[in-house]
Design a protein around this ligand. Sequence first.
Ligand SMILES: Nc1nc2c(ncn2[C@@H]2O[C@H](COP(=O)(O)OP(=O)(O)OP(=O)(O)O)[C@@H](O)[C@H]2O)c(=O)[nH]1
Ligand SMILES: [Mg+2]
Length: 294
Amino acid sequence: MTRIEEFGWSGPVEPGIARVISSHGDYYHLVANEQGGEILARRKKSVFKYRKRIESSAGDGFVNSRRADLNAELLNPITGDFVRYRYNSQGESMITEVLPRFSHFERKDPTARRSSQTLAVNFNTLFVMMSLNENFSTARIERFLALAEDMGEAEAVVVLTKVDLREPGDEEFIDELVSTIDGRARLIEISSVSGEGLDKVREYVTPRRTVAFIGSSGVGKSTLLNALAGEEWAATQEIQDWSGKGRHTTTSRELVMLPDGAMVVDTPGIREIGRIGEAEELLVKGESSHRWRK
Ligand SMILES: Nc1nc2c(ncn2[C@@H]2O[C@H](COP(=O)(O)OP(=O)(O)OP(=O)(O)O)[C@@H](O)[C@H]2O)c(=O)[nH]1
Ligand SMILES: [Mg+2]
């Protein structure tokens, strides 16, 4: 099996196909079958600039008729994307095309400055994560599940984290969560501290498949990844990510290959996912939740 197939590629194996595992400013870290498996590449600017020009000429009928095709080809790459790359005359690797995504999760921008933001792509399972503490909000889960309806060939699982912090009376919140989900997704309850429920998580974390973690900052996404990746990996993260603010916070999307061949995309916490309607009616555990971690 070739490297890109290990990373989940199921199309024809051709030279010049890669998967984005992280991005750093203008540079994308790719895995590929060539170049010893690892490539640092930039986007081919002329291609992506061309897309902008097409988009800005909205009045032109001819251009508009080609717009859908162009958008499919010329999306900006993000972590998780499969892309085509080639070398320019200076021998630099350039991404020339984002290949069609089999799944994608987008959020609406609450500030409405842009229409939407793609948070994760090409995942088989989406873990919609929320913790059983001040972060708890059935309204947020409702919003995530509504957005997940359009995500493509993937399955959503609601993951309730930090259940080691369970308090008397929390059953009521969990019951409410179950009725909010209303059969649209499986609910699993986990604790990365006690290990409870991690066996259920592992059912989704299998070779050549990708699980994307989404949820507010602090729900325990990176902690779960550390628990799955093993102690050695977690130790290196301790050194790299320590923010000095008393806790780690993920600042960029990263695709991690676990020792058993499964992949996890850890994402930075989402502060607000679109507008939460009818907030009064919905259950928020702890009155201070909206002020939490500003
Ligand atoms: N009690 C308890 N604490 C947990 C658990 N999982 C994570 N935490 C704690 O919650 C805090 C936040 O965890 P992170 O894993 O950094 O959260 P995150 O979702 O990655 O946050 P961002 O990177 O900011 O989006 C840390 O202090 C963790 O130790 C858990 O299962 N139980
Ligand atoms: Mg994190």
